[in-house]
Design a binder for this molecule. Structure first.
Ligand code: MN
Length: 225
C-alpha cells in the first residue's frame, strides 16, 4: 500500500462519514395520496399538520436519539421497538415514543384512503368470524377508540384466524411486544381537533368512511396464519 493509497483511503472514509451524517437513518415517508384526499371526513389542514409536523417531529427526534449511538446504526425500526430493553437507557424513552410514533403513523397513512368497497377475501371472513358483520366490527372499533383516556391508539390485531381489538396509550405499539397489528386508528387530539374539536366520536365515525379496505384486505392475507 503506497502513501497515495493511504491518502485515498482516508479521503474515502471521510466522504463516507460525511454521507452518513448527511443521511439520517430514518426518513419521513410521503403521504400516499394528496392531503385533501380524505375530505370531507378528515380535512386537508389536519392531514398536512399531522403528517408534515407531527410525524416529521417523531422522525427527527428519533434520528437525534440514535445519532449518539453508532452501534444502533444498522438497526431497523421494528428491531429497536421489539427489543427496547436493549436500547441504551438514556435514549430508551425517546426511542419508545418517537420510534413508536414513526412506526404507527407510517402504517396509519396506508390504512386510510377512499375505499369503494369493504373488506374482501380472508379479511371479510375474519370480520364475520369475530364480529358477525362489518357494521358490528366498526361499532366495536369506535367504542374502543372512545375508551382511550388521553392520547393513544386503537388497534386491530390478527388473532386465531379472526381479529381482536385493543388499545394502547401514547405512541406505544403492539410491535413492542413482537406482535404485528393489521392497523391502528390514531385517537390523539392532533388527529381530529381542528375539524371535530373534542368530538372524538364524530372523528371515529368519519374514519370508518376512509379505511382503505383494499390495502387492509391485502395486508391481512399476508399475515393470517
Ligand atoms: Mn398522530
Amino acid at each position: 500500500m503506497t502513501r497515495r493509497d493511504v491518502i485515498r483511503g482516508a479521503a474515502a472514509l471521510a466522504a463516507a462519514k460525511a454521507l452518513a451524517q448527511a443521511a439520517p437513518p430514518f426518513t419521513l415517508p410521503p403521504l400516499p395520496y394528496a392531503a385533501s384526499a380524505l375530505e370531507p371526513y378528515i380535512d386537508t389542514q389536519t392531514m398536512e399538520i399531522h403528517h408534515d409536523k407531527h410525524h416529521k417531529a417523531y422522525v427527527d427526534n428519533l434520528n437525534k436519539a440514535v445519532a449518539a449511538h453508532p452501534e444502533l446504526a444498522n438497526r431497523k425500526l421494528d428491531q429497536l421497538l421489539r427489543d427496547l430493553p436493549n436500547v441504551p437507557e438514556p435514549i430508551r424513552v425517546a426511542v419508545r415514543n418517537n420510534g413508536g410514533g414513526h412506526w404507527n403513523h407510517s402504517l396509519f397513512w396506508q390504512t386510510l384512503g377512499k375505499p369503494k368497497e369493504g373488506p374482501s377475501g380472508k379479511l371479510a371472513a375474519a370480520v364475520d368470524k369475530s364480529f358477525g358483520s362489518r357494521e358490528a366490527f366498526e361499532g366495536k372499533l369506535q367504542a374502543a377508540g372512545l375508551t382511550v383516556f388521553g392520547s393513544g391508539w386503537v388497534w386491530v390485531m390478527p388473532q386465531g384466524g379472526g381479529l381482536a381489538i385493543e388499545t394502547s396509550p401514547n405512541q406505544d405499539t403492539p410491535i413492542m411486544s413482537g406482535r404485528e397489528p393489521l392497523f391502528g386508528i390514531d385517537v390523539w387530539e392532533h388527529a381530529y381537533y381542528l375539524k371535530y374539536q373534542n368530538r372524538r366520536a364524530e372523528y371515529l365515525s368519519a374514519a370508518m368512511h376512509v379505511l382503505n379496505w383494499d390495502f387492509l384486505s391485502q395486508r391481512y392475507s399476508g399475515m393470517a396464519g
